[in-house]
Design a protein around this ligand. Structure first.
Ligand SMILES: [Zn+2]
Length: 92
């Protein structure tokens, strides 16, 4: 089953979840597994036409997709040290 198909299937079950006193809501394990969401996985929320949209924030360089040596962040996009040095010149 495709990711979208699985998502629709899980939403169609219509299980209502309640927000707790601190504003938290549990993401169902099935969806956490589907989107590889683990403890401390960064996520962001956005308002969309009919609700809220939760997106996993990718901790990868915007240019080369490296997960190593992430150096700076601008508007939620990360840049690794190698790409930073190629953009702005090495600090050597
Ligand atoms: Zn990079």
């Amino acid at each position: 089953m495709s990711r979208n198909g699985r998502l629709e299937a899980s939403l169609d079950r219509g299980v209502v979840r309640r927000v707790d006193g601190l504003g938290r809501v549990v993401i169902p394990k099935e969806l956490r597994d589907l989107f590889n969401i683990k403890e401390d996985t960064p996520v962001t929320l956005a308002v969309v036409e009919d609700g809220l949209y939760l997106k996993v924030v990718q901790d990868t360089c915007i240019f080369c997709s490296s997960k190593e040596n992430l150096f700076i962040e601008f508007k939620e996009k990360k840049v690794c040290r190698d790409c930073y040095n190629q953009l702005w010149g090495s600090e050597k």
